[in-house]
Design a protein around this ligand. Structure first.
Ligand code: GDP
Ligand code: MG
Length: 679
């Protein structure tokens, strides 16, 4: 043990025994500081397990959703967290006013028979060797690098590995202390930031909460107790360390026996290093304090002193590890299985032109099949719950609403200002000739005016239909090309261009149809004559009623047209004009029905043809054109994988690598667990 002496040579110990013997205390006889073989062998057994866990931690297995058993140190600010860790590690940590611990500090203590302690700080992928004299400074430097040099905090952990003779093999995380009031230079939400970090560490069932409480305060008012109680109500995974026993010995015994705050794993009262004391002096002072103080000496020796705390922690750590390890292994295997499965179903990365062309043709053919089904046949089993994709039904709806609009518009209302337009037109169309000839211009003028009035409707209709088809076609193409990002971009652009073209041509078609209706009044439909003759058969009766001075009311009912207000017609007693206007109206009513039906039929037929052509030839042509055009980037683009797929592949591969390594790591120690479970 010469080495032990050497390391503490500046502070000569009065006793000829290893200076750092805290894990070697015999719980039953706490005064006897001697090397207890059970604990040393314990250290040797637990070490590989802790190593394995450390590896898992380093692999960042938490990212895979697997929590590791961890002892988490929490406490209100200045409760003595860092001092407790210091006492356990036998080194000096940054202590001071305000907030010192600003990032989670993972402290890994390892018992080693080294002449000099070895201290290594790990953060941001760096390994920084340091020593006892400089560790405070090194931690501060690292903290500044992680959390800035103001008083802010960060959730990026810093790992301190302490290899030292006589320390317990323990891994703990020191967290920033809870502070209600931000000090100067701290962000206003400092409390929430710290609370978030603490909750993140203490929430997992796998965490043991080491709650550091100052003897000087009322435990029930401790913020850290409140927090730990929210995640561990019964306190089954909470262990309390009561610091500053020296400062507030009165009533301490009662406080820890009463257990007002549900500490399931029990209390340990300690006295940490004060001022410039050496670590060894501090332990001796602590021993003396609990030995001889009138009040403190009454506290059971099994719950006082840093050595007891160390021993308890080692046991608790072993228990939680053996309890959680099987579950961890199970989770690793599950996650590994899932990740491998996911990797398997990712689309193959295209590596040759032949593959690329095959994929391209596959996409086109699948998309055409889908489009044919939903747009033409009316099968939508691929999209059972997406109403938007039940296209045949949606198209019928659109057509019906277009037809309805045509039928209810004012141009289609025969009763409004009955015969007025006709009378006016006939006035203007008068020519020198026989009076009983119907001037054709009168009819054409009225027809053309009416057609013009409704011409926006078919245009809007085809516009709507193509907008709708745009979303459907894009969605189908996107779906089938989702694994080929570059191709998807080209295909989408091709589809947009194509639909735009088709829409233009449809509108052209509609304009032409409208123009034809304006120019020529023709139909071979016998309905026209039938309706005309029918209306004309009521002409005489109707006109008689109009001119009837004894008529009751202002309306006359006209068979096949409806109830007509006729007051305005009283001004036109000229029977010939009225008769001619009626004749003109009868022609218009009968013919308008033909016109409207034609505008519905013709456009519906045109759209169906256009959709058919889109699916059978246009789409493929346009996409090939877009893709193979010099500006399209060529088929090579097919070989570029989508960023989302390659990102996913990368993430999964990384995850598989981590999980495989974790599995190996754990497999190496599996045979050792079980040894600790019953301790
Ligand atoms: P932290 O903010 O919880 O990390 O608290 P620190 O470990 O920095 O301790 C805050 C202050 O309490 C420091 O000045 C320590 O020296 C002092 N302190 C910690 N433990 C004890 C103890 O057991 N007895 C006495 N008298 N002071 C202590
Ligand atoms: Mg601290």
């Amino acid at each position: 043990m010469a080495s032990g002496k050497k390391s503490s040579s500046t502070k000569a110990t009065k006793h000829d025994r290893p200076s750092l013997s805290l894990v070697c205390v015999d719980v039953d006889q706490p005064q006897t500081l001697s090397i207890a073989p059970i604990v040393s062998s314990y250290n040797e057994k637990i070490r590989p397990v802790l190593d394995a866990l450390e590896n898992l931690r380093r692999l960042n297995i938490a990212k895979e959703g697997i929590q590791l058993p961890t002892i988490v140190v929490v406490g209100d600010q200045s409760s003595g967290k860092s001092s407790v860790l210091e006492s356990l590690a036998g080194i000096s940590l940054p202590r001071g006013q305000g907030i010192c611990t600003r990032v989670p500090l993972v402290m890994r203590l390892q018992n080693h028979l080294l002449p000099q302690p070895e201290l290594v700080l790990e953060y941001n992928g760096k390994n920084v060797s340091t020593d006892e004299a400089n560790v405070s400074h090194a931690i501060n430097t690292a903290t500044e690098e992680l959390a800035g040099n103001a008083k802010g905090i960060s959730n990026t952990p810093l790992t301190l590995i302490v290899k030292k003779n006589g320390v317990p093999d323990l891994t703990m995380v020191d967290l920033p202390g809870i502070t209600r009031v931000p000090v100067h230079g701290q962000p206003d939400n400092i409390y929430d930031q710290i609370k978030d970090i603490i909750m993140q560490y203490i929430t997992p069932e796998e965490s043991i909460i080491l709650n550091v409480l100052s003897a000087t305060v009322d435990f029930t008012t401790c913020e850290s107790i409140r927090m730990s109680q929210t995640v561990d109500k019964t306190g089954l995974r909470t262990l309390a360390v009561v610091t500053k026993a020296d400062k507030s010995p009165e009533g301490l015994l009662e406080k820890v026996t009463a257990d007002d705050v549900n500490i399931g794993l029990g209390y340990v009262c300690v006295r940490n290093r004060i001022g410039e004391e050496s670590y060894e002096e501090a332990r001796e002072e602590e021993l003396k304090l609990f030995e001889s103080h009138s009040l403190l000496s009454k506290i059971d020796k099994s719950i006082v002193g840093i050595p007891v705390l160390a021993q308890k922690l080692v046991h608790v750590q072993a228990q939680i590890i053996s309890k959680t390890l099987p579950e961890i292994i199970k989770k690793i295997n599950e996650k590994l299985g899932n990740s491998l499965n996911e990797l398997e179903i990712l689309p193959a990365n295209l590596s040759s032109m032949a593959d690329a062309m095959a994929a391209f043709m596959q996409i086109i053919s699948l998309s055409r099949d889908s489009l044919r089904k939903i747009l033409l046949i009316g099968e939508f089993e691929d999209y059972p719950d997406e109403k938007e994709m039940h296209c045949t039904a949606r198209l019928v709806e659109m057509l019906n609403s277009y037809a309805n609009e045509l039928e209810i518009c004012s141009e289609s209302n025969p009763t409004k200002d009955f015969l007025m337009d006709e009378i006016k037109v006939l006035e203007e169309a008068k020519i020198i000739g026989l009076p009983n000839f119907m001037p054709r211009t009168a009819f054409l003028t009225l027809l053309s005016k009416k057609v013009k009035g409704i011409s926006y409707m078919p245009i809007n209709f085809v516009d709507n239909v193509w907008n709708y088809l745009q979303t459907v076609v894009t969605s189908v193409l996107n779906f089938h090309s989702s694994n080929y990002y570059q191709l998807q971009v080209s295909i989408r652009r091709a589809a947009e261009l194509l639909i735009e073209k088709k829409k233009k041509s449809s509108i052209q078609h509609v304009l032409q149809a409208v123009q034809m209706e304006k120019l020529t009044d023709y139909t071979c439909n016998p309905e026209y004559l039938k309706e005309y003759n029918n209306l004309m058969s009521h002409q005489e009766g109707f006109l008689k009623e109009v001119t009837n001075v004894n008529r009751e009311g202002n309306t006359v009912k006209l068979e096949g047209v409806g109830v007509i207000n006729v007051v305005h017609l009283m001004k036109y007693p000229d029977m010939l004009t009225l008769a001619q206007a009626y004749d003109l109206k009868a022609r218009l009513i009968a013919y308008w029905k033909i016109v409207i039906r034609r505008l519905i039929d013709v456009i519906a037929m045109h759209l169906m043809l256009s959709i058919n052509e889109l699916i059978s030839t246009d789409l493929q042509k346009e996409i090939c054109h877009e893709l193979l055009a010099p500006s399209g980037g060529g088929v090579q683009r097919l070989l570029e994988e989508s960023p989302s797929i390659s990102g996913k592949r990368e993430r999964l591969s990384r995850s598989v690598k981590v999980l495989r390594e974790s599995k190996d790591t754990v497999a190496n120690i599996m045979d050792r667990i079980g040894v600790y479970g019953d301790n």
